[in-house]
Every structure is written in structure tokens, then in C-alpha cells.
Design a protein around this ligand. Structure first.
Ligand SMILES: C[S@@+](CC[C@H](N)C(=O)[O-])C[C@H]1O[C@@H](n2cnc3c(N)ncnc32)[C@H](O)[C@@H]1O
Length: 304
């Protein structure tokens, strides 16, 4: 039986089918970044793993297939892989494995019969279990998280509570945030067990949402500050100093699931580069929506 997380992601991938064509600028930027990565830390020729590649609209697929011998795609949504394959020239290089990398999906009961307090208590008991790396063979030279860490638990829990109660309480939001941190921490630990010693882990995540809704005349919190930092031109976002972003994160303007867990640095060393890219979802006059994507390259820490 499909878990709630799986149904939520399938729905979201179906919706993205309509807007994938809008993402060509974002894909170009991802291609550019990918080329840089191969200058900094060459991993081409080896084996790549794309985590949450979905329809593949947000990925530099032509470079990936040119650069790697084989590419394993893991996702909770099997159908989306068919859409990804339509965009590649060497489908035989790609292999799909259906997994839930959240480590908690199979533990979540139906929420509809529970009270809010019971759900919060249940969420706080959920612990990440690695139930996916054992489905993969060997290690990988390049591993990329494809804008999925914000999707792992938050959208499902938010949609469910909105459907049940119509609003999200502070306590509920905090429980989902705590769960999201545990899940990402577990996910990054799992990734370290399948990354080859000389490999590269490229973590790419939507981090801020810039949006404006004309019908309610509201900006999402932080949107105006982020735009101001970019001189009101989203195309200049990548020139905004990273210090500004640290400040915006400390104000809580980021999307749940986009921050890096502290424990990450016990296992990985971050290479001294941050890539920032605008990812546009809607540019209609009445509703603007762009995500600001941060991408970070990591390598495994040398064993002491
Ligand atoms: C934001 S989408 C990325 C956009 C997508 N590449 C596209 O082109 O539409 C995140 C992807 O992560 C996948 N995903 C979300 N939660 C997952 C989970 N628990 N395990 C594995 N994949 C998951 C979704 O199915 C989706 O394909």
C-alpha cells in the first residue's frame, strides 16, 4: 500500500508536468554548476546517484549522461521516471530504484482519526530508519540530492493538518521542523555510507520562497528582504553575499528542510563554494513564485 508521503509526492510531480518547460534557465544554471564541479573535483566516468530526480526537469541530464558510466535514480514516485527517460539520449545508462529515503514513511499512521496533540506526540516519536541504501549496489562517485529535502516530510504533514483543521499551530509546525531535522540528519548519514572515498556529494535544495499574491496583497515573509538584497532583480541573486543569507536563515525565513544539520560536519567536509540559483514556478502578474536554490558540494572527511 502507498504511504501518505508517496501519494503526496506523486500528486506534486503530476502538477510539475505543467510547469517543467518553464525551468530551462534553471537547468542551464545547473549545467554550468555541474561543469564547475567537474573542474573542482572530477568524478566523471564513474557511477552517479540522483536522489529524488522525479521528472528530471530541474537537472542537467545531458551532462550527467555524458559524464557518467551509469546513473541510478531513486525516487518515491515510480511514474516520474518515465518522464525523465523521455529527456535523455542514452536511457540504457539509467536505472530506477523505488525507495522512500525519508526513513519514516512506513511508520506514519493515518492522521485523520487522531487529535492534534496525538499527532504531535506521534511525530516526536518518529525516528529515521535507513531502509533504502540496502536496495542499492556498491558505492557512488557522484551523489546529488535533487531539491527533495524540503519535500521529505513537511508538505505531507502541512497538507494533512490544513485539510483537518484549516490552520497550522506553532506547536505542530515546530514538531514537523524537529522531525525534518532528524530525517535530514539520518539521510546525510546514509549517503555517507554509499559515497565512494574520492566521491562528491552535491546537496541542492530550495531554501527561500519569494512569492507575492495579488488577491491578498501579501508577500511571503522574508521575500521583500531577499529581493532587496538582490537589488530587486532575481537574476542577481547569485551575487548576494552569503552573509546576507545566513542572516535571513537566522530570522527563520527559510523553507523547512533546507538547513544543514550540524552533525553533517562530523562526517563531511564542505568545499568552499555555495551556488545560488533562482528557480521560477510562476510569473503571472497576480502570483509570483520563485524559489532560491542553494547548492553545496561536500566530500567525505579524511579518516583520522
Ligand atoms: C521537488 S521534486 C524535484 C523536482 C523534480 N526533479 C521534477 O523534475 O519535477 C522532489 C522529488 O523528490 C521525490 N521525493 C520526495 N520525497 C521522497 C522520499 N521520501 N523518498 C524518495 N524520493 C522522494 C519526489 O517524488 C520528487 O520527484
Amino acid at each position: 500500500m502507498k504511504s501518505g508521503l508517496e501519494k503526496e509526492q506523486q500528486h506534486s510531480n503530476r502538477t510539475n508536468l505543467k510547469i517543467g518547460a518553464m525551468w530551462s534557465n534553471f537547468r542551464d544554471r545547473m549545467s554550468l554548476i555541474h561543469n564547475r564541479l567537474n573542474e573542482i573535483r572530477p568524478t566523471y566516468g564513474g557511477k552517479a546517484l540522483l536522489i529524488g530526480a522525479g521528472n528530471g526537469y530541474d537537472l542537467p541530464l545531458s551532462q550527467l549522461e555524458a559524464n557518467y558510466e551509469s546513473i541510478v535514480v531513486v525516487d518515491i514516485d515510480t511514474d516520474s521516471f518515465k518522464e525523465l527517460l523521455k529527456q535523455v539520449s542514452c536511457p540504457e545508462k539509467f536505472k530506477f530504484v523505488h525507495v522512500d529515503v525519508s526513513g519514516v514513511g512506513s511508520q506514519i499512521p493515518s492522521l485523520r482519526k487522531l487529535t492534534e496533540l496525538e499527532i504531535i506526540q506521534m511525530i516526536d516519536k518518529l525516528e529515521y530508519r535507513d531502509e533504502w541504501t540496502n536496495k542499492l549496489e556498491g558505492s557512488f562517485d557522484f551523489i546529488m540530492t535533487c531539491h527533495l529535502t524540503t519535500q521529505l516530510v513537511s508538505p505531507f504533514f502541512m497538507m494533512e493538518m490544513l485539510a483537518m483543521k484549516g490552520n497550522i499551530s506553532w506547536e505542530y509546525n515546530m514538531a514537523v521542523n524537529r522531525l525534518s531535522e532528524r530525517v535530514i540528519n539520518g539521510l546525510f548519514q546514509s549517503i555517507s555510507t554509499i559515497l565512494s572515498k574520492e566521491g562528491l556529494f552535491f546537496h541542492s535544495t530550495d531554501t527561500f520562497e519569494l512569492s507575492y499574491n495579488e488577491s491578498t496583497d501579501t508577500w511571503r515573509k522574508g521575500s521583500e528582504e531577499i529581493l532587496k538584497a538582490a537589488n530587486f532583480n532575481i537574476d542577481f541573486l547569485h551575487e548576494v553575499p552569503s552573509l546576507v543569507y545566513t542572516d535571513l536563515i537566522s530570522k527563520g525565513y527559510h523553507i523547512t528542510g533546507s538547513t544543514l544539520p550540524d552533525t553533517l560536519f562530523e562526517t563531511y567536509e564542505k568545499l568552499p563554494y555555495n551556488y545560488i540559483s533562482p528557480w521560477q514556478f510562476s510569473n503571472e502578474g497576480s502570483f509570483l513564485k520563485t524559489y532560491v536554490v542553494f547548492s553545496y558540494p561536500f566530500i567525505l572527511k579524511a579518516e583520522s
